[in-house]
Design a protein around this ligand. Structure first.
Ligand SMILES: [Zn+2]
Length: 53
C-alpha cells in the first residue's frame, strides 16, 4: 500500500499505514511534485509513504 501526501498530512499517512500493517512505513520524497494530489487534501503531494512490502 502507498499514500501520496503533502507535508501537512505525512504524519496521518504514517499513522494509517502503521495501523494497517503493524510496521513502520518507508517515507520518500516525490520526484514528480506538482503532478500528484495529496490523499487527504487538494495540495500537491510531496511525499510517498509506503509499506515495505
Ligand atoms: Zn494534504
Amino acid at each position: 500500500m502507498e499514500k501520496k501526501v503533502c507535508k501537512e498530512h505525512v504524519e496521518i499517512a504514517l499513522d494509517i499505514i502503521v495501523d494497517e500493517t503493524g510496521e513502520y512505513p518507508v517515507l520518500e520524497e516525490l520526484s514528480t511534485s506538482g503532478q500528484v494530489t495529496c490523499a487527504f487534501c487538494d495540495a500537491d503531494a510531496t511525499y510517498v509513504v509506503s509499506s515495505k512490502k
